[in-house]
Every structure is written in structure tokens, then in C-alpha cells.
Design a protein around this ligand. Structure first.
Ligand code: NAG
Ligand code: NAG
Ligand code: NAG
Ligand code: NAG
Length: 200
């Protein structure tokens, strides 16, 4: 009797252990890496992880030229963040429909800037340094929050810094951990090589 109960208990413990272990494996969390800063000049970083617009995403950059900070694509559905000469552009394409939101400003001025995308109480917003702009909520651009194609996280491809020229620093959801980088040829990891007169 006693033996069978203790066997039963150890079986339950084993099942719980396996479930917890499986859960931790299927939801990896990566904190800051040991190579948080990268210089890109015509290359890109491909990560094995993806971005969910419903979780916090952050990235910092310093550039004289601009380019694509990240783009995530799954078949015909995609979203991206681009540093232009006069703004930062959030762009999404969902079932052939385009969505665009811009934060105007000169962000190609060789200074560090940080962009956060965050979803708080129903509003998806883009914050650049200390300015915030609405991207979507339940009554505005709602497809950005509801399109299954944008949230098919396992199948999407995330590229960082494609056609971007300058330095990028990792942040929440975009981490340069060696275990999750699947491509980074010609990317230089380390302190940003840009100098005060790099834009001249
Ligand atoms: C960036 O790439 C261009 C073209 O390949 C090259 O001429 C330039 O020297 C590179 N800049 C740096 C800082 O490596
Ligand atoms: C942005 O700022 C940089 C540095 O001050 C300057 O060189 C550049 O011309 C500015 N760009 C625009 C589009 O105003
Ligand atoms: C969501 O955005 C709307 C419109 O900008 C604003 O009125 C509302 O307060 C925001 N809600 C939250 C929780 O920030
Ligand atoms: C969504 O944003 C729009 C535009 O700013 C605003 O008018 C509306 O109140 C917001 N809706 C909610 C549910 O916050």
C-alpha cells in the first residue's frame, strides 16, 4: 500500500517536472546578451526569435544614413521599422493593405535614439526617445492587432538592420545572443565605430 502511494507520488512529480521543463523550453526568454552592440553596413542579422507586437520591443540606433531597423515577414504579411531622413516609419502590410505611422524628426544625426513598441491597455504605441505615437487600437488600424499572420510567431522571419548603415543596440525582444543568431556575416559586434565627424 505504502509503496504504491509513494510510486504514485513520484510519478506525479515526474509528470509535473516534465511539463514544467517542456514549458520552459518552448518559451525561451533571453536577457541581455554579451554582444549587445553591432555595426551594420550592407549586411543584416537574422534571429531565430520573433517579435510580437503585443509584447514590448525595443531597439537603439546611431546612424548618419538610416535604413531598416527590423522587418518581420510571414508569407505576405509583414511589419517593419525604418529610419528615414525625416522620420521613423512603422510600416505593415496585411492582406494587401498597407499601414503606415510616422514619427517625424531628424534621427539620422549621429546620436543614439531608442524606439519602443508597446501594447498597453489596448493601445499599440511607438515611443521614440520621449515622444509617443499611436499605431493601433481596437478602433484604429485594428488589423495590426488582430491579423493572425502577424502573430504566427513560429513561422515568421525576423531580420535586423537590413540596408541599415550604422550601429544598433539590442533591447527587449531583440537580443543578439549567439544561440539565436542564424546569420550575421559582415556584422561587427562591439562598441560603435562611428565618431563625432562620421556624418561629414
Ligand atoms: C561601408 O561599406 C562601404 C561599401 O562596402 C565601404 O566603402 C565603407 O568603407 C564601409 N564603412 C565602414 C565604416 O566600414
Ligand atoms: C540631421 O542632422 C544632421 C546632424 O546635425 C545633419 O548633418 C543632417 O543634415 C540633418 N538631416 C536633415 C534631413 O535635416
Ligand atoms: C489609448 O489611446 C487613446 C487615444 O490616443 C487615449 O485616449 C487613451 O487614453 C489611451 N489609453 C491608454 C490606456 O493609454
Ligand atoms: C483609439 O485611438 C483613437 C485615435 O486616437 C481614439 O479616438 C480612440 O478613442 C481609441 N480607442 C480606444 C478604445 O482607446
Amino acid at each position: 500500500m505504502c509503496v504504491s502511494i509513494s510510486r504514485y507520488i513520484s510519478l506525479i512529480v515526474l509528470v509535473i517536472f516534465l511539463l514544467v521543463d517542456k514549458a520552459q523550453f518552448s518559451v525561451p526568454h533571453y536577457g541581455p546578451s554579451n554582444q549587445p552592440e553591432a555595426y551594420l553596413n550592407g549586411s543584416y542579422i537574422r534571429l531565430l526569435t520573433t517579435i510580437s507586437l503585443k509584447k514590448q520591443t525595443g531597439i537603439s540606433f546611431r546612424t548618419c544614413v538610416g535604413g531598416n531597423l527590423f522587418s518581420q515577414q510571414q508569407k505576405d504579411e509583414m511589419f517593419e521599422l525604418i529610419v528615414k531622413k525625416d522620420s521613423i516609419l512603422f510600416f505593415a502590410k496585411i492582406s494587401g493593405k498597407m499601414f503606415e505611422e510616422r514619427m517625424p524628426g531628424n534621427y539620422t544625426n549621429n546620436k543614439w535614439h531608442t524606439v519602443y513598441l508597446q501594447y498597453t491597455v489596448g493601445n499599440l504605441t511607438m515611443t521614440v526617445d520621449d515622444q509617443t505615437k499611436l499605431i493601433a487600437n481596437s478602433s484604429y488600424n485594428h488589423e495590426v492587432l488582430t491579423s493572425p499572420g502577424l502573430y504566427n510567431e513560429g513561422a515568421a522571419v525576423l531580420l535586423i538592420g537590413k540596408q541599415f548603415n550604422g550601429c544598433i543596440q539590442e533591447g527587449p525582444s531583440i537580443v543578439f545572443d549567439k544561440n539565436i543568431i542564424s546569420f550575421s556575416q559582415n556584422v561587427i559586434f562591439g562598441p560603435c565605430p562611428l565618431t563625432d565627424d562620421s556624418c561629414e
